[in-house]
Design a protein around this ligand. Structure first.
Ligand SMILES: Nc1ncnc2c1ncn2[C@@H]1O[C@H](COP(=O)(O)OP(=O)(O)OP(=O)(O)O)[C@@H](O)[C@H]1O
Length: 273
């Protein structure tokens, strides 16, 4: 099983101003959502995991090996990070060359790289645009191209930074399929999200960041029922939890179906879904 152990991790961009403070976490098989208000330190945290910046204190052990002992190339093979803004990641002038860049860069041969890239483009439903310039696509499509570029490298650990931002319903459904498939393949999936509904529905575990610390973490169901703690971290509960409360059936619900079922059973003992 893929794992990341984080021990007493701290980081500051400027001396004496810690953005992350003494974080201890073990990330393992569960697909994990990372939530928290703006500036809580989420992006900094995943940049540390990816080795783009180095800890001021503490350590990160990725699949049994300290990140500082990885070469840049071996870390790139092991862990893929999809940036929040695809314009920070996309730079080639055709979709296929963009998606193939990563696989070629980690040493895949041309044929494998092309096959993996086509497979990744089918997953993001943009395989008809191979020869298009990524900058002739919409921002949400370019976000999907950035995702395909990471999928094509087939890393063991995949991190998404705000993938739902700017995606419509169909885009979110595509993202769900991708995340479920990665999970089923045994990959470790981490995802920074502001969309609490998506976090509640899709992820098994949730970590709440607040001002550079982990406020609370655990099974998603347990986290999202804790309204007061979420409010302390300046977060709202997912809509399903809010509806459950209005209906007087507050509990550990993460899907609409569960709330409807609980409300139906509560108001009518003979209720059948
Ligand atoms: N390159 C940088 N130099 C200096 N400070 C930075 C830099 N990047 C981020 N920060 C600061 O570090 C803190 C944490 O930022 P970070 O981007 O990690 O938060 P976040 O939780 O990802 O926020 P958001 O949800 O807005 O993306 C913020 O106060 C931010 O202003």
């Amino acid at each position: 099983m893929n794992s990341i152990e984080i021990k007493n991790l701290s980081f500051s961009y400027t001396a004496g101003n810690d953005v992350l403070k003494g974080i201890d976490l073990t990330l393992n098989g569960a697909a994990t959502a990372i939530v928290g208000q703006n500036g809580a330190g989420k992006s900094t945290f995943v940049k540390l995991l990816k080795g783009l910046i180095v800890p001021t204190e503490g350590e990160i052990v990725l699949n049994g090996k300290n990140t500082k002992d990885y070469t840049v190339a071996s870390l790139a093979k092991e862990i893929g990070l999809v940036f929040q803004n695809p314009n920070d990641q996309v730079f080639k002038n055709t979709v296929i060359s963009e998606v193939m860049f990563g696989p070629l860069n980690i040493g895949m041969d041309e044929q494998d790289a092309r096959e993996k890239s086509m497979e990744a483009l089918r997953k993001v439903k943009l395989d008809e645009y191979v020869d298009t310039n990524p900058y002739d696509l919409s921002l949400s499509e370019r976000k999907m191209i950035a995702i395909a570029s990471i999928l094509a490298m087939d890393p063991n650990i995949v991190i998404f930074d705000e993938p739902t931002m700017g995606q419509d319903h169909e885009g979110k459904e595509t993202l769900k399929e991708i995340i479920y498939e990665l999970r089923n393949q045994g990959k470790l999936v981490l995802c920074i999200l502001h969309d609490m509904d998506f976090a509640a529905e899709v992820f098994e575990r949730t970590i709440v960041f607040n001002q550079g610390r982990v406020q609370i973490e655990g099974p998603t169901r347990d986290i999202f029922k804790q309204k007061d703690i979420l409010h302390q971290a300046y977060l709202e509960q997912p809509i399903v939890a809010q509806i459950a409360e209005v209906l007087g059936v507050a509990g550990s619900y993460v899907t609409e179906k569960e709330v409807v079922s609980a409300a139906g059973a509560c108001h009518d003992p003979n209720f059948v879904e």
